[in-house]
Design a protein around this ligand. Structure first.
Ligand code: F3S
Length: 389
């Protein structure tokens, strides 16, 4: 693996222990994946932000790193285990909150933007076509690889942080053009409804694992594309997809000899069945991935003039900047439950209070049973809201 003179001197520890550790990590990853060298990145997006997922071990790791290094490229952070101001409303224990705030402090000390969202690509971290980046949120990295044509591997939290600190990442996998070609054609026969994109993603991820699908017959808006990306990354390990006539690299490949899979009504119903275990959720949580302005507006217009009944809790999850951008609509949603920023239903410790959750996201429905010990109801926003209307 080629390193230039400056990289070598960082590796030898000439520029301090923090940079040395970051470089060691990148070189170790590069050797495992047979990278030919390092490539400069224009941004990073870091996971490993929730105290629930990284624990005390993660805090020690960040404390070590944050001693003497700062990130070299614009870097954003994934959701925390709580809204940093409204954690008590989420039933988060005080001890958890204290440790979570410490994590936030450590990232901020390193110069990471603490917006804490899994959709920074609609906010303050938007790569361009052809940019090399190091992103570590499976739904977000798939979105930027596919819809924008930026280039990132499915980074882990420590790898993305090391890349952010050095300003480079190991050059292998999806950084290389020939590895970005589709591996299977998906003939989609679905109605254009956002929840169907969740189910489509669930079915495709299950069917192709870590392949690169080339979709025909779909034309998702940003919101449906983020839902699709998230679902495929959770039910499988899809890090990139193409959509005929829509995504920027879809015209680069001849797909005529690829295997074809048709996904229609029957496959969607099967996917939905797989994701549903209960009918009586105690919590309805929306915003996986984080809600966009358009979604908040649509939800507000659906709920305007209606009243909430019963004691099932409703949460809406988004980024701080998106919450601040639509105060009128947020007011309407708040009649039903808190609009939370910086966090989500999967990385928050919801299991301390709830055992049964409802969501309109296949990604959340995949993770809620394993990471949050929940039984799940997964359906469209409108159908789930019937529980409280
Ligand atoms: Fe985002 Fe949490 Fe879903 S990080 S993609 S809202 S599991």
């Amino acid at each position: 693996m080629y390193l230039n003179r400056e990289d070598e001197s960082i590796l030898n520890g000439d520029k301090g222990v923090g940079l040395q550790k970051a470089m060691e990590l990148l070189v170790a990853l590069g050797k495992v994946y047979e990278a030919d060298g390092l490539v400069e990145i224009s941004s990073a997006h870091l996971s490993g932000a929730s105290y629930k997922t990284i624990g005390e071990g993660g805090i020690s790791f960040l404390e070590d790193f944050s001693h003497d290094v700062k990130v070299k490229v614009p870097s954003t952070l994934n959701p925390l285990g709580m809204d940093r101001d409204r954690w008590a409303e989420m039933h988060v224990p005080e001890q958890f909150a204290k440790r979570q705030l410490r994590i936030l402090e450590l990232y901020a000390k390193m110069g990471v933007r603490t917006t804490c969202s899994c959709t920074p690509y609609v906010g303050n971290n938007v790569p361009k076509l052809g940019d090399h980046v190091a992103w570590a949120e499976s739904s977000a990295l798939s979105f930027v690889n596919s819809m924008i044509g930026a280039r990132t591997n499915r980074e882990g939290g420590p790898g993305a942080l090391a890349a952010a600190i050095i300003g480079k990442t190991a050059n292998y996998g999806l950084h290389i053009k020939e590895n970005r070609k589709p591996t299977v054609v998906i003939e989609a026969q679905i109605e254009e409804e956002q929840f169907n994109y969740s189910l489509l993603g669930q079915a495709v991820g299950k069917a192709i694992g870590n392949g690169i699908p080339y979709f025909r017959n779909i034309r998702p808006e940003v919101e449906s594309a983020k839902t699709l990306a998230a679902a495929m990354a959770a039910s499988g390990a899809v890090a990139m997809f193409h959509i005929e006539g829509l995504t920027p690299e879809s015209g680069n490949y001849d797909v005529s000899s690829l295997e074809k899979i048709t996904i229609g009504k029957r496959e969607l119903s099967r996917a939905k069945e797989d994701l549903n275990q209960i009918d009586d959720p105690q919590l309805l949580a929306f915003g996986c991935p984080h809600l966009t302005i358009r979604e908040i507006k649509e939800m507000a217009s659906f709920l305007e003039g209606k009243n909430k009944k019963g004691d099932v809790e409703v949460w809406f999850c988004t980024s701080r900047e998106i919450r601040d951008a639509c105060p009128e609509e947020v007011k309407i949603l708040e009649n039903f439950g808190p609009v939370l920023a910086d966090t989500c239903m999967v990385v928050a410790p919801i299991e301390v209070h709830f055992q049964k959750a409802g969501c309109n996201s296949a990604k959340a429905a995949n993770y809620l049973p394993t990471l949050c010990s929940q039984k799940v109801k997964c359906d469209s926003f409108a159908r789930l809201m019937e529980v409280v209307l």
